[in-house]
Design a protein around this ligand. Structure first.
Ligand code: GTP
Length: 749
């Protein structure tokens, strides 16, 4: 298949909007899998995916399809397929958006699936912008139209108002009944461009993903951007320079199907004797060993949001756990792993994850796929502490933070995120309360339709990693959807900038409609309500429309003030001139933003008015408020068992919450630690100050106490269960702590 007969596309959507089911139907429709055979959600292959009903790993499948409009080209067999389609099913949960962005690098277009009853949700917004910023063709698919509550017209209106997508171009489908599916693949062919690579250029191939197979070794998923690759070819990695011989090559149809060759534009797999993920680096460019090429852009490295210690449940299993982790990170390169030692738990690992669900899934896979029994410590986010001598440390493990370092802490930074929450308006009150309890600042509040609200909050990451989502779901009866993105890039510089330039400048803008944007910078705090928001792309889109609308109307005095203040600077000299840049606070308007703005013009097919970029910059101000500085307000909270600090249970908390968190931790531990032959004291302490305490009196717990008389086998079973439970205990000093205790501590925030 020449590139013009290839289409590479992804299916992206909010959780449960039907991506995997739609993928199944398309695989059936093209005869790639047999109808009614195999399991539903065919591409969700991992046990954890099946148990949880979620996609965790992006999966590729190659399909062959005959497109009818090519009738005149029919040769001997009119039904022979004339297109090769690579479909990538992606995860929907926010923790795995890194998988999505990687998958998009191999695609020229996406099917943006939206549930016809639920409408646009938070991850729909996030995924749209991932695709939009990658400049991909977007085909909206309104799925589940068979549901009684489906309202495709409402969803079309949302697509129009939020993303400016033409409602007439939306496909209506039911992946369940098969309705409307016949239009999906023809639309993919007609509306998604062919891969742009050059067949006659030297080979350039992007390494998309890799996993470890017991029999074949490391299997790499690759996208051939330019040139072609044959079995037996010698390839080299741009990252390491190592050379490999391709021993097997083929496509996923949907299982590994050897083809002996991969041509320009194809997505497939190769086996080449790589032994670990250190060699198979996701995002690497592979090329023919004898030629040199310019590497492809690759991917941003994964950003680890949560860190946790992993220890063997039984100390002697360290080697087994080491082996299991090594194997699993071959299949999940987004986890970072370093060895560490805990006085309480012995040798183990400090691992960085993309979020809490990611961490959970990693544990589950370690246990299910590799039989490893692990204990994990309280997850923590990466804090930065600055000391009086000017030194700074990033703390991924609270235990590493000395309680009394001999120098004073002058500042602490904690990472924060910009959260998008979409919800029916009757739940707004409780959600605002929840967000402010979690130290959130509202950045935006807008109606996406008469009964639904989109809110943006800046929240400390620590406040959302543990149980924010569950809480949000429960107070909104499951109707809220939630997504977040990292709010910081080069935190400190921006913070300084914000401090020095934006103080005491007030302005407000009123739009042509009803919204208001009022900003007020005073005494280092930023207050006011925004119409605009911090996601760069949404920001620009909304601002552009907004500015477009004010362009023709009479400006208010306040608006004039802002525009006058900004006038005199062109966009490019603002970027180049550091002095001016600081003066107008525009450092955040990078070329990348500018490019997406210009693409946006192309997208909406509107003429840019005079110098819109110049005016947009001011609306990026909220971006400057990236993190909150908690001067000396984060503290290390220790847990002591019989007077001995348990390093694996230490955590960092905000001073204001320390008392409550300490109390909760102590209460939880009391519930989970069984009575033992001696008295156990459980204490929470900040430095040498004890802030909470409980005591468990001495006595062995009798598991047979509730088993009056009765059957011997039942008693034996209970005793065996107790024995089994003991295996998963951790002896901390003299105290046995069950694994659940560690697990329960995770839930305290
Ligand atoms: P994640 O991978 O977790 O993000 O979910 P997903 O988007 O892949 O959704 P999935 O395909 O697993 O479908 C979620 C649920 O919706 C399943 O129970 C499907 O049976 C159901 N579903 C999918 N498509 C349709 C449809 O067209 N109509 C109806 N009524 N249900 C559907």
């Amino acid at each position: 298949y020449p590139p013009e007969r290839i289409r590479n596309f992804s299916i992206i959507a909010h959780v449960d909007h039907g991506k995997s089911t739609l993928a199944d139907r398309l695989l059936e429709l093209t005869g790639t899998i047999k109808k009614g055979h195999g399991q539903p959600q065919y591409l969700d292959k991992l046990q954890v995916e099946r148990e949880r009903g979620i996609t965790v790993k992006a999966q590729t499948a190659t399909m062959f399809f005959r497109h009818k409009f090519q009738q005149h080209e029919a040769t001997e067999n009119e039904n022979a397929p004339n297109f090769l389609l690579n479909l990538i099913d992606t995860p929907g949960h926010v923790d795995f958006s890194y998988e999505v962005s990687r998958s998009l690098a191999a695609c020229q277009g996406v099917l943006l699936v939206v549930d016809a009853a639920q409408g646009v949700q938070a991850q729909t917004v996030a995924n749209f912008y991932l695709a939009f910023e990658s400049n991909l063709a977007i085909i909206p698919v309104i799925n589940k139209i068979d549901q009684p509550t489906a309202d495709p017209d409402r969803v079309k209106a949302q697509l129009k108002s939020l993303f400016d997508l033409d409602p007439n171009h939306a496909l209506l489908t039911s992946a369940k009944t098969g309705q409307g599916l016949e239009h999906v693949l023809p639309s993919v062919i007609d509306r998604i461009p062919a891969p742009p690579g050059k067949c006659d250029s030297p080979l350039r191939m992007l390494l998309l993903d890799s996993y470890y197979d017991e029999y074949k070794g490391v299997i790499c998923h690759v996208a051939v951007v330019d040139g072609a690759l044959y079995k037996g070819d010698k390839i080299a990695s741009s990252a390491t320079g190592h050379v490999y011989e391709v021993s097997d090559i083929g496509i996923m149809h949907p299982e590994l199907t050897p083809t002996g060759v991969l041509l320009t534009g194809q997505v497939g797999y190769i086996v080449s004797g790589m032994r670990s993920t250190n060699e198979a680096r996701v995002g690497d460019t592979l090329h023919q060993a004898k030629s040199t090429v310019l590497p492809l852009p690759g991917f941003k490295p994964a950003k680890h949001m949560v860190f946790s210690g992993l220890y063997p449940a039984d100390g002697s299993d360290f080697d087994a756990l080491n082996h299991a982790i090594e194997r699993l990170i071959c299949n999940d390169a987004s986890v970072s792993v370093t060895k560490e030692t805990s006085t309480a738990l012995g040798m183990g690992f400090r691992c960085g994850f993309l979020g809490l669900l990611h961490m959970d899934v990693f544990h589950q896979r370690l246990e299910q796929e590799y039989g490893a029994k692990v204990l994990s410590t309280i997850p923590t986010v990466p804090y930065i502490f600055e000391y009086s001598d000017g030194s700074k440390v990033q703390v991924q493990n609270p235990a590493a933070l000395a309680s009394n370092p001999g120098k004073s802490v002058t500042a602490c930074w904690e990472p924060s995120v910009i959260a998008t929450i979409i919800l029916p308006c009757e739940y707004v009150g409780p959600v605002i309360t929840l967000c402010s309890e979690r130290r959130g600042d509202q950045l935006e509040y807008s109606f996406i339709e008469s009964q639904r609200v989109l809110m943006k909050y800046q929240l400390p990451l620590r406040e959302i990693v543990v149980d924010f989502y569950n809480e949000l779901k429960s107070i909104t009866s499951g109707y809220a959807s939630f997504d977040y993105e990292d709010a910081e890039e080069g935190v400190e510089g921006k913070l300084e900038l914000w401090r020095s330039t934006l103080q005491s400048k007030d302005f407000c803008l009123s739009s042509s409609k009803t919204e208001y944007m009022e900003c007020n910078f005073s005494s280092n705090r930023f207050s006011g309500r925004f119409v605009t928001l911090s996601n760069q792309a949404i920001n620009i889109c909304i601002c552009f429309r907004y500015l477009g609308s004010i362009h023709n109307i009479k400006l208010s005095v306040a608006e004039m003030r802002v525009l006058r203040w900004m006038s005199g600077f062109t966009f490019s000299n603002m970027i180049r001139n550091k002095h001016i840049r600081e003066k107008v606070g525009v450092a955040l308007v990078t070329n990348k933003i500018r490019e997406s703005l210009l693409r946006w013009y192309g997208h909406v097919k509107r003429q840019p008015f005079d110098d819109p970029v110049r005016r947009v910059v001011v609306l990026n101000w909220p971006m400057l408020r990236k993190v909150e500085v908690y001067l000396k307000r984060l503290v290390k909270l220790d847990i002591l068992l019989n007077g001995q600090a348990v390093d694996a249970m230490a955590t960092i908390v905000h001073n204001l919450k320390a008392q409550r968190v300490g109390r909760e931790l102590v209460d939880k531990l009391k519930k989970f630690i069984d009575r033992q032959m001696f008295e156990i004291s459980i204490q929470a302490a900040i430095g040498s100050r004890i802030i909470a305490r409980e005591t468990i009196s001495a006595m062995r717990k009798n598991v047979l106490s509730k088993c009056y008389g009765g059957d011997v086998t039942r008693k034996r079973k209970l005793l065996e269960k107790q024995k089994e439970g003991k295996k998963r205990m951790k002896r901390v000093g003299s105290v046995d702590v069950p694994q659940e205790a560690f697990h329960e501590l995770l839930k305290v925030s």
